[in-house]
Design a protein around this ligand. Structure first.
Ligand code: SAH
Ligand code: SF4
Ligand code: F3S
Length: 473
């Protein structure tokens, strides 16, 4: 076939980004090379996200662009995967309206993708033979039409989607974006069924990796020059891994303590933790473990206990505020970020004001704020007290104002301080670099690009809402 280049378009969260790194790793292992533009690729992969409606829209928009590319290059192999492919109605729509899509796979069978490509290639060869046999009596344009018909027909598509899977497939390669930092999946899936959220349906039930597998992976990464890891899971602190050595159960905090022992690993981060599972022991680990970054992303979603109950979050406003107090008591300088949904069905003005007051009380370093987006198949999408769009937008604007003011004030407090920064790479302005502090603050400063991957000291000279500016010391 001669198909040798690929391009991956990724939507969604870190989980998807990491899955794309695995897909990339598997393709490179088979000798494919990555290209920047989808126009130049023999294979394109769209890794999809279902979390909100605009993620859906972007997927179908991208498919539309690929159709044009495919009209020019009918040999291009188009693959779609990710969370949207775990939704029956989406797969139906792809089959019906985008029959030229060649490969469809889900979130539970990424490891099978290379085999699916092989299957597609041999199916295409068979088609090719069929046309070649008939070719004698064909003009060049008839041949082109026959080939085009075959490429856009359903016959040559390869589809594999599992509902869920008990086993975790270990040992898949991954092509990292950065040399000095890496994602590490510790668990998959989610059991929480927050009433607004599609993830439990697209990622299946919680499954934790064995601690030894995680430790071995991290050791290899450290040997390869990685200094910072981000432990990934939809709900990392409900991690429950069984030791392959003695059958003992490890919880998330056990894992943190073990990782903290690893020589050469400077920073451990994790994402995301659910407030209901944030134990006192884990809070204590922030104070005790030298490599655990003093930063936590702790999604609150809403400030009203009434709304939280209907979201099925399993904590109250007071429970959450208590956790924040405990975290700040254990580690006064800890930075905290959050996710908030505005306009959940039935959210009253009163409820919304509780979100505003909670935000004022916690004073987050940063926040991701979302307009509630009904997701087909989730309970909240069926609730009959949906909030009108204009009300959602109006509340959203007020919340963002509070959040930005807090972020701005928090960042301003860093001016004059010296912070340690792990350099991520070149910044936006020529000659500038950026990196992150232990507390996940983005810092912009001038310096040579050779410092990428190094830990440096920077004096903060200026700040704004989303980042700090500084001078290399
Ligand atoms: N597992 C993570 C969240 C993953 S989704 C956790 O529990 O924190 C990331 C964020 O998207 C969620 O925290 C939530 O704020 C937001 N989100 C999820 N479903 C949504 C929906 N239907 N509409 C708007 N925002 C949503
Ligand atoms: Fe979604 Fe809730 Fe699970 Fe997070 S914990 S992935 S918000 S269901
Ligand atoms: Fe999106 Fe799936 Fe992540 S729905 S947010 S890519 S788990």
């Amino acid at each position: 076939m001669g198909s040798r280049t690929y391009n991956i378009i990724t939507f969604g969260c870190q989980m998807n980004e990491h899955d794309s790194e695995t897909i990339s790793g598997m393709l490179q292992q088979r000798g494919y090379t990555e290209v920047v533009r989808k126009e130049d690729a023999d294979i394109t992969v769209i890794n999809t996200c279902s979390i909100r409606e605009n993620a859906d829209k972007r997927f179908f928009g991208t498919l539309g662009q690929l159709k044009k590319i495919k009209a020019v290059n009918p040999e291009q192999i188009t693959c779609v995967c990710g969370c949207m492919m775990q939704q029956e109605h989406v797969v139906k729509e792809v089959r019906q309206s985008y029959p030229w899509v060649d490969v469809i796979f889900g979130t539970h069978n990424i490891h099978e993708f290379p085999d699916m490509l092989d299957e597609l290639v041999s199916a295409r060869e068979k088609d090719e033979n069929r046309i070649t046999r008939r070719e004698g009596g064909m003009t060049a344009s008839e041949y082109a039409i026959a080939k085009h018909d075959i490429r856009s027909s359903k016959k040559t598509r390869v589809e594999k989607i599992y509902e869920d899977k008990k086993e975790i497939v270990e040992g898949l390669p991954a092509k990292r974006k950065f040399r000095h930092k890496s994602f590490v999946n510790i668990m998959y899936g989610c059991n929480n069924f927050c009433t607004y959220c599609i993830v439990p349906y697209t990622r299946g039930r919680e499954k934790s990796r064995h601690p030894e597998d995680i430790l071995a992976e991290v050791r290899n990464l450290v040997n390869d020059g990685v200094r910072e890891i981000m432990l990934l899971g939809q709900n990392v602190n409900s991690y429950s891994g069984i030791s392959t050595l003695n059958g003992e159960k490890w919880d998330f905090t056990d894992l943190i303590y073990a990782l903290d022992e690893l020589e050469g690993l400077d920073r451990i981060r994790f994402m995301t933790s659910h407030p209901k599972d944030l134990s006192d022991r884990l809070i204590g680990a922030f104070a005790e473990c030298k490599s655990l970054c003093k930063y936590i992303h702790l999604p609150v979603q809403a400030g009203s206990t009434h709304v939280l109950r209907r979201m099925n979050r399993k904590y109250t406003r007071e429970d959450y505020l208590l956790l924040v107090r405990k975290l700040r008591k254990a580690v006064p300088e800890i930075t905290i970020s959050t996710d908030i949904i505005v306009g959940f069905p039935g959210e009253t003005e009163e409820d919304f004001r509780e979100t505003l007051s909670l935000a004022e009380e916690v004073r987050y370093d940063s926040a991701f704020t979302f307009l509630y987006s009904p997701r087909k198949g989730t309970p909240a999408a069926e609730y009959d007290n949906q909030i009108p769009e204009n009300v959602k937008h109006e509340r959203f604007g007020r919340l963002v104002e509070v959040m930005n003011r807090c972020s701005c004030e928090k960042n301003a407090a860093y001016v004059g301080r010296v912070v340690e920064v792990l350099v991520e790479g070149e910044g936006k302005r020529p000659g500038s670099l950026n990196g992150r502090t232990d507390g996940f603050k983005l810092v912009d400063f001038e310096g040579p690009s050779e410092l990428t991957g190094e830990m440096v000291k920077v004096e903060i000279t200026d700040s704004n809402t989303f980042s700090l500016k500084g001078r290399l010391i």
